[in-house]
Structure formats: C-alpha cells, structure tokens
Design a protein around this ligand. Structure first.
Ligand code: MN
Length: 261
C-alpha cells in the first residue's frame, strides 16, 4: 500500500464536536458523506497507536542569526506564526531516504531544519510555566519553502502562504513521546545537503523556547490535542535542486533524510 495513503487514510473521528464543544460545526462522529476526505496520522515510536495531526503551526524567525539573514529585526519582537495544511505532511520513516518532489512554480526551493513539538493536550492562554504539560512528544521536520514566492509575495504585501503552504511542504519523522525523550531545551540541530554541512546550531539559540511558543500561540488560538508546532529554523537556509539529498539531525532523535526528485 502506498505509504501516503496508509498514513493519510480516512478519519473515523474528527476533533471538536457537534455534541457540545469547542468548534461548532466540526463533527465528533463521522456523518454520512458523499465522499471521504483524508486525515493525517504520524506513527508514535514504541506504540501501536498513531498520532492524529490536527493543525500544523510554524513559528517564523525564531533564531537570531536566521532573523538577520531574512532581513528582519533580530531584537526580541513578539513571535509570529503561520500554518501549513495538515496534508502537507510527508512522513519519512527513520533510516530511509524518502523521495521528495521538487514543487511547481519555484526556482529557489529552500530547506529549513526544525524541532517539532506535538501536543497531547490543549487550552487557551496557557502560562509559559505550564505550557510544557501540553506536549505529548517531539519529532523533527523540514519546513520546505518556495523562497522566491515567499519573498515576492512579501514584497507586494500579500500573504506569503504560497511560499510555505503547499503539497508535501512538511517532511517529518515519527513522534517520540516526551516520557522517553524529555523536553528539548538544548542540543545540536544540523542539516547537510549531499553530505555537506549547511545549517549547524543549538536548540538553546531559539529566541522563543517551546514553552513560550505554546503560551503565545494559545493567546491567538485555542490549542487542541493533535496540534503540532514547527519551532523555527537556525540560520544558513539555502536552496536544493533535483537530485540533492537532505539529511537533518537533532540530538536525541533519529536523523531525517529526503532526496529531492
Ligand atoms: Mn520555518
């Protein structure tokens, strides 16, 4: 069976509720529908359960050196977030090199190596001191970016969604439960292209740590189990072309590798 199909098959239950809760109009139990729509799941390491992905949030410019290279003020401005569609996920099993399609419309396709926090609880206006209680686990992922489109749209003061939120723009590994890994406040994060080191930093260089990101995000949106947060990329982002192999690493997690095809 095609791996994408397997990990994005039909949901039997969706989040929210018709029966008394958070988001009106979101069904708790699957109603009769004229066709099925895929839902997205990630494997949980050491478990036969799957992690259901509800939303993909991504923080922007969360490492000082990356903020500078993107031409923005590196001072500690309020964090900002964007989203990718859930079905942008491309699950990449550890120990494999998944084919990753070069997307249409771009001539400047960039990697961004990122820690990903996966929530098992939700809430709003979560204080930073309690925010880590929401984390179910962690993984690592690539926030793939059509940089030319992102920049062009930004220059025109239009939404840069087309540069960030497109098919397969979120390669990601399996979820590791925090009970097994602990939280990630420091540790090496690096990315290689064809074996050559491109990004090389430490998680402790994040401007907003994981707890602060969750806290800030929960002021803008109520968070729910299944939400995941791409925690930002270090500096030295750069382009890849067809044939390139990307390998990324975070201390304590298995490496993630894709080949651009
Ligand atoms: Mn990013």
């Amino acid at each position: 069976m095609d791996r994408r199909h397997f990990f994005q098959n039909t949901a039997l239950v969706t989040t929210g509720a018709l029966a008394g809760c958070a988001l009106p109009g979101v069904a708790q139990h699957k109603p009769r529908t004229p066709f099925d729509v895929a839902a997205t799941y990630l494997p949980i390491v050491g478990s036969d359960e799957m992690f259901p992905v509800r939303r993909i949030y991504c923080i922007g410019r969360n490492y000082r050196a990356h903020a500078i290279e993107m031409g923005s003020n590196p001072d500690r401005e309020p964090p900002f977030f964007f989203q990718k569609p859930t079905d942008a996920i491309q699950y990449v099993p550890a120990g494999t090199v998944a084919d990753h399609p070069y997307p249409p419309l771009t001539k400047n396709y960039h990697y961004e190596a990122e820690l990903v926090a996966c929530l098992g609880k939700g809430g709003k206006n979560i204080p930073a001191e309690k925010a880590l209680d929401l984390v179910y686990g962690y993984t690592l992922g690539l926030d793939m970016t059509r940089r030319d489109l992102q920049r062009a749209m930004g220059d025109q003061k239009k939404p840069w969604e087309i540069g960030k939120s497109f098919d397969r723009s979120a390669p990601i590994g399996a979820v590791h439960r925090v009970t097994q890994t602990g939280h990630f406040s420091q540790g090496a994060i690096w990315l290689k292209v064809n074996g050559e080191l491109k990004q090389n930093a430490n998680l402790n260089l994040m401007i907003w740590n994981v707890a602060e990101q969750i806290s800030k995000l929960s002021e803008a949106n109520e968070l729910f189990p299944g939400d995941i947060i791409y925690c930002g990329t270090p500096d030295k982002v750069g382009p890849v072309v067809q044939g390139d192999v990307i390998e990324m690493h975070i201390d304590g997690l298995p490496n993630l590798s894709v080949k651009v095809v």
